[in-house]
Ligand binder design. Sequence first.
Ligand SMILES: [Fe+2]
Ligand SMILES: [Fe+2]
Length: 289
Amino acid sequence: MTQPRADAARILAHVERLGERHPPVDLATADYSARDADALRRRFAGPLQYMARVEMEVERNVLELAMMLPGVSETDRLFYADVWGPQEEHHGILLDTLGQQLGMAPATPDLTVAPRIRVLGALSHLPVVHEVIRLLYYLTGAATEKSAMLAYQAMSTGLGEMGETAIKNTVVDPIKVQEPGHFAFYRLSATEMVQRGVLAPWQLHLARILRSKTFGLVGAKTREQRTQFGSVLVELGLEENIEHHLRDIVRVETSLLDARHEGLAVPAYALAAFRDAAELYHEKLRLAA
Ligand SMILES: [Fe+2]
Ligand SMILES: [Fe+2]
């Protein structure tokens, strides 16, 4: 896959435009009235719970970032502190409020910084390591935002099918339109690093190894959280075309890290993680039946 040209000026312009065009969603504009709250809860409780929690964990992500990547560029700082962070924070509040309106428990975001992040932060003071970590941060961001795009698209379609227009139009769709700009930021930033040759071949190789060893489902560390991730795949209908969706999700990293495959291969480690999560959720459904 050919990557678009990316340079620092273009990335900064992108971030500034996002900030201007997409202020955080005005919480007062959300209309949570449901036609059939029970049906909605039955269908979307798992995905809503997962997505509300992960969006709310952005608060921790911002802390981790500051620790993991000391001395980031002004563009990175502008993006995560002034544009991305505030947008995602409102996504979390909107989804959590929606869940509670539907009779679900409030989300329980985990806001403690993992020890691993502190170690990475210490290593990051070495410039050669810093740049590898920075690339991994962009690649993870691209995969996460692409997943969010797919999930919100599927949720929006589902709400439309159920005739839940108020929630679709004033809660999920306003969130949905903000995710592609996040994805584009990470894609451009990772592409810029690789095109400019910031990393030596051994650093790219290290990034590839680290990514395959540390690939994890976002916000799904425990078995219960992985099951919840599985509910997103299954209940939003993403499981049926799992390889196809996953190819989209990891396209930026496969094309930048592994030129031989030209972005066509789905890494086995990622597919295994997705299938495992879906299976955990199926198992939970079987036990509940
Ligand atoms: Fe979001
Ligand atoms: Fe996002």
